[in-house]
Design a protein around this ligand. Sequence first.
Ligand code: HEM
Length: 359
Amino acid sequence: MAHSEELGAFDILLRYVDVKNAAKDWKTFSSRPSAVRPVAARARLAIDWDPPEHTAWRKIVDLGVDATTPDRIEGLVEADTVSLIDSFASKGECDLVADYCEQVPLQAICHILGFDPEHKAEIRRLSGDVLASLKEPERLRKALGEFSEIVAAPVLGRRGKEGRDFLTLLANAEMNGRPLDVQEITDTMVSLLLAGHETTVSGLSSLLYEVLRRPEVRDRLIADPDLIPAAVEEALRLHPPVFGFYRRVTSDVNIAGVDIAENSTTYLCWAAANRDPERFTEPDEFRLDRGPARHLTFGFGIHTCPGQAVARMEMNVAVAELLKRLPDIRLATDDIRHEFRGSETESISSLPAVFTPTS
Ligand code: HEM
């Protein structure tokens, strides 16, 4: 365990078993007032609540994304990857982050939420603005206001109408026996966008980084595409897009001989747990033979990520299509870094690659 005096002081759980047990025990490790720091003025929906409020919010979130979502949108994601690769295939070079990794999840989240693809650029700008301003209350208010104008109108326009698409389901959804208000609708959209876009961009960038920096790994995946899911899991384990989340301890506890006081803050560090040598042999190595995924990148317990199946599908499809079309693609530089992006997220900002041009 570690301790930090930053952000009002918090203990950091690092061992796999401690992080997993704490994530499972929501009564002792509460998500109230917020799973992120600094604490926002308002709860950010499912992620910031415990039951019973969490249960109600999770039902709303599940209207948009759950284990069945990949089947619904996989064909659309495949088509997106094909046309994105078309846009740079003849050039012999690209920046995989800007040209590919940022685009695939953005288009996927538009398919999930039911946004018109013509709003894509605007949605991209606003979700970037909201994320960048999470620690600046004034800027955040402005970004959320702009966002609300775009997302709330199409939902409100569907009130009372029939339909199985997310915007109509959200328009007619109830919370405690009443329809969601504009604020709650906006918050739902923002949380799905923030939770679902930047995280998957980061996951996909790390996957391509791990695969393309070793031509032998790339060639193994081309020869045996059944290994791609294992590569996806290893990239997610080694580079969790979200490093960890915070919890408030609701009663005195002792973990591995260390006393943690009631009301103090604890950080569940998925990133450290994923490299715990007691859980993973050769934890820093990228290995395709680890068997079923047991990493904590998507959390654990009642808050387990509802978008994990769709994120995995996007990563699988995106790498499979890229290797099929550009089999000799490789990184153009060794100088690639993961950087913190705020709100516990990390990502690669640029991934220049070269390949034999093709039509
Ligand atoms: C690689 C991509 C992703 C990563 C690494 C990731 C990570 C996580 C983690 C760690 C949690 C648990 C939070 C906690 O324990 O406090 C979480 C929750 C959540 N994720 Fe994801 N996520 C990803 C993709 C997505 C996608 C694609 C969506 C939606 C389209 C999504 C929506 C959510 C939501 C709504 C929650 C809150 C659930 C709750 O509190 O019950 N995520 N995610």
